[in-house]
Ligand binder design. Sequence first.
Ligand code: MG
Length: 218
Amino acid sequence: MSARSITRFWEWGRKIVCVGRNYADHAKELKNPVPTEPVLFLKPPSAYVREGCPIVVPRYCSSLHHEVELGVVIGKGGSCITESSAMEHVAGYALCLDMTARDVQDDCKSRGLPWTLAKAFDTSCPVSDFIPKERVPEPADVTLWLKVNGALRQSGSPSQMIFSIPFLISYISAVMSLEEGDLILTGTPRGVSAVQEHDQIQASIDGLVTMNFTVAKT
Ligand code: MG
């Protein structure tokens, strides 16, 4: 491989750390309690998919949901990072989808099982181009939205997040070292819904990036 570049972090970054239930209105729409501590789970790097390739519905899933999320790309690794220095570890951002096999997740939750089948399958992490942090001076103030076949389903702002980006970086890095190229998915606003084969998903961070994906069957 040629010299790795943070602008193509999905080709070499080693983990994707996801935060569940980080918007109170989304926790409520799924009848989950609003958390008092971050809910964390992981996706493997094999979950990445880029524009031009489809999002594939897992064979075992009958209710694939979209979750539009702000992704934070780590530029400088560390462990036990303080909240006050957390933003020094950020290289930039990306628009991400946390594709979720909702029926499978509901079954896992009811049986007390981990969410791996529901969250970590191939193509479960569509990701946009990299956005350097210099272009996003106030990440909490951006607007994320997602449309399915042209109809608006989700719209929200990280300002509505329960746990802020610096808090999440500090919290996660006290559990597992964050490394250059890692991605943090910061949670989704309300409006998640199911998509079907042939659906067109369009998502955007207003004014910064837009991406389009088609849903396909295996
Ligand atoms: Mg999510």
